[in-house]
Design a protein around this ligand. Structure first.
Ligand code: NAP
Length: 685
């Protein structure tokens, strides 16, 4: 029997003893054993904190993002090896694609997310906050990587995605991980970690793996660590209330089982495309991964007058699902991950049968292709019907983590909303409707109880990612029963692994710390126009104060003629009584153009390649003929860009803070403009 290895403190280590036997879900044969017996869990965490954390927290977001990209590309190149082992869990090719390539997709998505962060190890959070009238005292929120490790305790159903969707985020944040996959499918996670370690892409200590029990690890976590849990409500609750987690206020993110639902809008009739979309979506949710998805639809709500039509249509659709050996091309649904899981699902169906009946499928018989229905963990999709969802409530409480869903009637939309909420908080819910008014009413009223809501109709169906797919840029998690946690969500997810601190001081100090120019900070002037400096030479705070320009009435007339903007406020002859202005006023866009005329230095070729756009633009005071315009022009932020191909000009984006001042020194406008600036040296991704 092959004993799985644990990757800890920089080596592959076997635990003591025989360990827990793990089985091929299709044949029932024992294939591996897993044990962490004898491992020093305190030492594992300490190694992550001292070696892995120290290495990652020094890297900038951009370096960490490029590391994720390299890892994603490496794993893509190795993916066939991972598919080969994933079949042992009963997963079809399509199921494994979600797990393997979905997981790698998370690495890619988080790699790209680096562009939203500065090229620093830490970042700001939100807007700067002025705290004084004189402008000498302010604050900014700063996020720094926590000094601990991310401890991920994962469920068995997505052994690859479950690890990568979490690690992509903690690595981008600058924090290492200790991953403890669920034992029964940990052999797939082990195979991926072997590839990751062999690649040498991650710094030492960035990833450790435990195949088997978590031992006494939670006794040793601290407030600088983050524990994430994905699994059943019962285990989650037990771990969340671990005395050490409570005592030390260890951040704990819980993603638990949830009773997700789908609603058929009462505008939809069997002749509409939305009807077919509804049936197809449910079939997919019940059969993909044999229903072992945390997001799978467990409860189906349809208008009472079409209930029978719905279960007939669903029965026909489910009957087309070929079940059996996932290596056989004809097979659309494989087995559950273990016999134990199948027993648990069947046990829970029995509980639901106290208040419902089976309208499709059988608990006893199943036809399978190229496999043994008894030895393998196969089961038929089961559609239940519960005619009294307000009276028989166990359907809103018992999760059958397999190809099982219950159909229930409702009459008015209010009832569908109330029933959706009876799940007491779920990961996601869908409504299929062609009526946007109905969709709005449902979403606004059901939103409190769900982490994600999909509104499905003919307009989005072709490109819809579907009910059951968590996406790296969207939050994944849900309130109440679903655990009250949040993962991924683009930049939001990264923040779980960082400590937020409010920093107060002068604008000059806050500029130095954040590497982002703050209004009223001291500028740096060395006599060289910033447009003459290459990307590496520019410093945040580099500043010039331009010559003056007097704005005349003729300028305003000429700009009106050139642009075609003849708004009444820009005309001399307008009667200004009752308007916001005293007399003819300059166009805001003219003031910005005149500002460019003052701050641009570029009649000769130089490092500035082009004007890239404007982030923010505000006109704060009217500019009348005779006003004197001066510009304070400051380097606000620098964002490096990777050189993509040979021959591309190496460059970065520079943000400039443009203050348009009048003769009294008051601001008449402010803008953040962007330019592309050449580098002297190349940074290749
Ligand atoms: P589980 O039995 O609750 O186990 C989850 C994880 O907790 C496993 O890694 C398990 O390890 C570990 N664990 C159990 N006891 C522990 C202890 N005393 N100390 C530390 N770790 C411990 O769940 P599962 O059967 O693997 O997964 C199925 C459930 O997960 C379903 O209910 C499903 O709804 C839920 N799920 C939720 C999400 C989500 O995102 N919300 C995603 C996927 C699955 P061992 O395997 O070694 O026992």
């Amino acid at each position: 029997m092959n004993k799985l290895e644990n990757y800890i403190t920089g080596s592959w280590v076997s635990g003591d003893g025989d360990g827990q036997l793990l089985y091929n879900a299709v044949t029932g044969d024992p294939i591996f054993s897993a044990t962490t017996k004898g491992l020093d869990f305190a030492g594992i965490l300490d190694y992550g904190r001292t070696i892995g954390n120290a290495a990652l927290r020094k890297m900038t977001f951009h370096e960490r993002g490029r590391m994720l990209k390299a890892l994603a590309m490496h794993l893509m190149a190795q993916k066939e090896k991972i598919y080969a082992i994933s079949y042992l869990s009963g997963a079809t090719k399509a199921d494994s694609w979600i797990d393997i390539e979905g997981g790698i997709g998370n690495l890619f998505a988080n790699a790209s997310l680096r562009r939203k962060f500065p090229d620093l190890p830490y970042c700001t959070d939100g807007e700067p906050i002025g705290l004084s009238k004189g402008g000498t005292f302010m604050a900014h929120h700063l996020l720094v990587p926590k000094e601990g490790v991310a401890v991920h305790i994962n469920a068995y159903n997505f052994p690859v995605w479950g690890m990568l969707e979490k690690c992509a985020v903690n690595w981008l944040a600058g924090v290492p991980a200790v991953v403890k996959p669920a034992s029964i499918t940990s052999y797939i996670t082990e195979a991926v970690v072997k590839e990751i370690v062999a690649s040498g892409i991650l710094p030492e200590g960035a990833l450790q793996l435990l195949c088997g029990s978590a031992g006494d690890m939670l006794d040793h976590v601290t407030a600088q660590d983050v524990v994430t849990f994905t699994g059943s409500k019962t285990t989650g609750l037990m771990l969340k209330s671990h005395p050490n987690i409570l005592e030390q206020s260890v951040p704990f993110n819980m993603e638990a089982d949830s009773l997700n639902c789908i609603v058929l809008g009462n505008d939809v009739t069997p002749d509409m495309p939305e009807w077919d979309l509804f049936i197809k979506e449910i079939r997919k949710e019940m059969t993909v991964k044999a229903g072992q998805k945390c997001t799978a639809v467990r409860r189906i709500f349809a208008p009472a007058n079409v209930l029978e039509d719905v279960y007939i249509a669903l029965g026909k659709a489910l009957a087309q699902t070929a079940i059996g050996n996932p290596l056989n091309d004809k097979v659309r649904m494989g087995s559950l991950a273990s016999q134990g899981q199948r027993d648990e699902v069947k046990g829970n169906i029995q509980k639901l049968l106290a208040s419902s009946q089976i309208v499709y499928g059988s608990l006893d018989s199943i036809e399978v292709i190229d496999a043994d229905a008894v030895k393998g963990a196969f089961m038929s999709p089961i559609l239940l019907l519960n005619n009294d969802p307000f009276g028989n409530e166990n359907v809103h409480d018992i999760e059958c983590f397999g190809p099982v869903s219950t159909l229930m009637p409702y009459t008015k939309l209010d009832e569908a909303i109330a029933l959706a909420k009876k799940g007491k908080g779920s990961l996601c819910c869908s409504i299929v409707t062609a009526d946007d008014k109905l969709a709005t009413e449902f979403v606004v009223n059901a939103a409190t109880h769900h982490g994600r809501i999909l509104v499905l109709n003919r307009d989005c169906a072709k490109e819809s990612t579907g009910h059951g797919s968590p996406l790296p840029m969207l939050i994944h998690g849900g309130p109440g029963r679903a655990g009250g946690g949040e993962e991924m969500g683009g930049m939001r997810g990264v923040k779980h692994y960082m400590q937020r601190v409010a920093v107060q001081g002068s604008p000059t100090t806050i500029t130095a710390i954040t590497q982002s120019y703050q209004p009223n900070a001291k500028g740096k002037t060395d006599g060289v126009h910033p447009f003459r400096k290459y990307f590496e030479e520019l410093e945040v705070g580099d500043q010039i104060l331009t010559e003056k320009r007097i704005i005349t009435s003729d300028d305003i007339d000429a700009f009106a003629a050139l642009s075609g903007d003849h708004f009444y406020a820009h005309k001399k002859k307008t009667d200004f009584s009752g308007t916001m202005f005293e007399q003819q006023v300059a166009h805001g866009y003219f003031i910005l153009s005149a500002a460019a005329g003052l701050f641009v230095d570029g009649s000769e070729l130089g490092p500035v390649l082009l004007n890239y756009g404007i982030d923010e633009l505000r006109f704060t005071k009217p500019v009348y003929p005779g006003s004197e315009l001066t510009i304070r022009f400051t380097c606000k932020e620098k964002l490096p860009q990777d050189a993509k191909e040979e021959g591309h000009i190496p460059k970065g984006i520079v943000k400039w803070y443009v203050e348009m001042l009048d003769e009294t020194g008051e601001l008449s406008g402010v803008a953040t403009i962007l330019t592309m600036v050449k580098r002297r040296n190349v940074a290749r991704s």
